[in-house]
Every structure is written in structure tokens, then in C-alpha cells.
Write a protein that binds this ligand. Structure first.
Ligand code: ADP
Ligand code: ADP
Ligand code: ZN
Length: 221
């Protein structure tokens, strides 16, 4: 099963990708995490990311290409944050062809801009394991300690500031959302109300992926 989690910044893609990884053993390919991981290549991307602009297509396509060819992707993968532009979507089609895979589902999480701003403003992550939390919507069970690993250090993303968020939302609406009709045309698009709670969204995704309701779902699984 090969999935794309599609949606604006703050929609809950990372949160749900983590759950899909745990539940189904799918490789989690988060473009933002890859770009933020230490490495020379990725330093190039930093200026773009700090401004809230998309990094150049060639750069992210090369990173994804390398990652898709790794062994753990053979059993299925979840793309989170890629593709975000038309050239990226085209490149992805080419890469999938090369490795003889197809998309099972593109799952769109639909969330209002106002809610997105609130989600991003309250987001923080465990510095040790990367688990994602929220000041109001997903609190730590024990104050000061990560639910998943017990870590006590947390961080907030540099680009999760109000000014930058506006640019990120704008680029989502202008460059990324226009890809939706393309995936709808392929018959793989499933849209979910992402305004629901984390648990409810997980349940809806599980219902989709376990229904096998599309022609590619059984292939390459
Ligand atoms: P994305 O990867 O799409 O940017 P995240 O998964 O990082 O989104 O979620 C953004 C923030 O919103 C995080 O702080 C997360 O805890 C919180 N969040 C995720 N899903 C929901 C939800 N369904 N309801 C409320 N808050 C959520
Ligand atoms: P979110 O979903 O919360 O916006 P991500 O972690 O997916 O955050 O992305 C953070 C930043 O990394 C983006 O604002 C952009 O600068 C860069 N980035 C991530 N994925 C891509 C992509 N597919 N194409 C171009 N830039 C990307
Ligand atoms: Zn942790």
C-alpha cells in the first residue's frame, strides 16, 4: 500500500503518518523532516524554509528519489509533504514507474485556515524521538515528559511563526491544492474532514485503507 497524505501545513499529516507507520509498518517519508535533518545538501534548503517558501523542486525530488529506492519502501510507504507542485507530481509519477509501484490512495485532510494557524502556533515536538504534540489539542500525558520515549527536551520549529505561516498557506493554495484534480482524475483521491479530532481522523483513514475501495489498493501491497 502506497499513500500520499495531502493537505496544508498543520493539517495533521505528520501526526497521521506516524500512526500509519505504527499500524501498518509503512515507511514514513516526510519531506519536511528530511529537509530538516542535518546534512550539507539540506543546508541549501534552509533559507527557503525560514522564509516559508518552497525549496526548489530539483532538490526535494532528488531527496525523495533516493529515499524511495531504500529497502524499507518496498513494503509500502506514506508520503507526507510531497508532492507540493506540478513538477513534483510529474516527477513522482516517473519515479513510481521506474520502481513499478502505483499510488493506492491520496488522502486529503481538509482543514480551515484559521484552525491551521492555531494548530501550527501550538505545535511542539520531542527533541529525542520527533513525536508531535500541541499545547491544547494533544497535550503530554505527563507534564514535561514525552509519551512515546520519556524524553524531556522539546522544540518548536523556527518556521512555525505567524508571519511565515501566512506564506506557507499561500503557497499551499497557489501551488499545492491545484494538484487535487489531477489525483481525482486518477481515481485515487479520498477527502477527509481534517477538522475532526486526531482519533476520528485516524479512524476515517483506517476505514479507507482497509476498504480496498480502489483499483490500485491491492497492487504492490
Ligand atoms: P502537518 O504535518 O500537516 O503540518 P501535524 O501533524 O504536525 O501537521 O499537526 C499540526 C499540529 O496540530 C500539531 O501540534 C498536532 O498535535 C495538532 N493536530 C494534528 N491533528 C489534529 C487534529 N485532528 N485536531 C487537533 N489538532 C491536531
Ligand atoms: P508543514 O506541512 O507543517 O508545512 P513540512 O515539514 O512539510 O511542514 O515543510 C516545512 C518546509 O519544508 C516547507 O515550508 C518548505 O519550505 C519545505 N518543504 C517541505 N516539503 C517540500 C516540498 N515537497 N517541496 C518544496 N518544499 C518543501
Ligand atoms: Zn519522544
Amino acid at each position: 500500500m502506497n499513500l500520499i497524505l495531502f493537505g496544508p501545513p498543520g493539517a495533521g499529516k505528520g501526526t497521521q503518518a506516524e500512526r500509519l507507520h505504527d499500524a501498518y509498518g509503512l515507511a514514513k517519508l516526510s519531506s519536511g523532516d528530511m529537509l530538516r535533518s542535518p546534512g550539507t545538501l539540506n543546508n541549501l534548503a534552509r533559507t527557503y524554509m525560514q522564509r516559508g517558501d518552497l525549496v526548489p523542486d530539483d532538490l526535494i525530488i532528488a531527496i525523495i528519489r533516493g529515499r524511495l529506492n531504500q529497502k524499507d519502501c518496498a513494503r509500502g510507504f506514506i508520503l507526507d509533504g510531497f508532492p507540493r507542485t506540478a513538477p513534483q507530481a510529474e516527477a513522482l509519477d516517473g519515479m513510481l514507474k521506474e520502481i513499478r509501484k502505483s499510488l493506492s490512495y491520496v488522502i486529503e485532510l481538509k482543514v480551515d485556515d484559521r484552525q491551521l494557524i492555531e494548530r501550527i502556533a501550538g505545535r511542539f515536538t520531542c527533541a529525542k524521538c520527533g513525536a508531535v504534540y500541541h499545547d491544547s489539542f494533544h497535550k503530554l500525558k505527563t507534564e514535561g515528559a514525552c509519551d512515546a520515549c520519556g524524553g524531556t527536551q522539546f522544540s518548536r520549529r523556527e518556521d512555525d511563526k505567524v508571519e511565515t505561516v501566512a506564506r506557507r498557506l499561500e503557497s499551499y493554495h497557489r501551488q499545492t491544492a491545484p494538484l487535487l484534480p489531477y489525483y481525482k482524475g486518477k481515481g485515487v483521491l479520498q477527502t477527509i474532514d481534517g477538522m475532526a479530532s486526531i482519533e476520528e481522523v485516524t479512524a476515517k483513514i483506517n476505514a479507507i485503507v482497509s476498504s480496498g475501495s480502489n483499483k490500485n489498493a491491492a497492487k504492490n501491497s
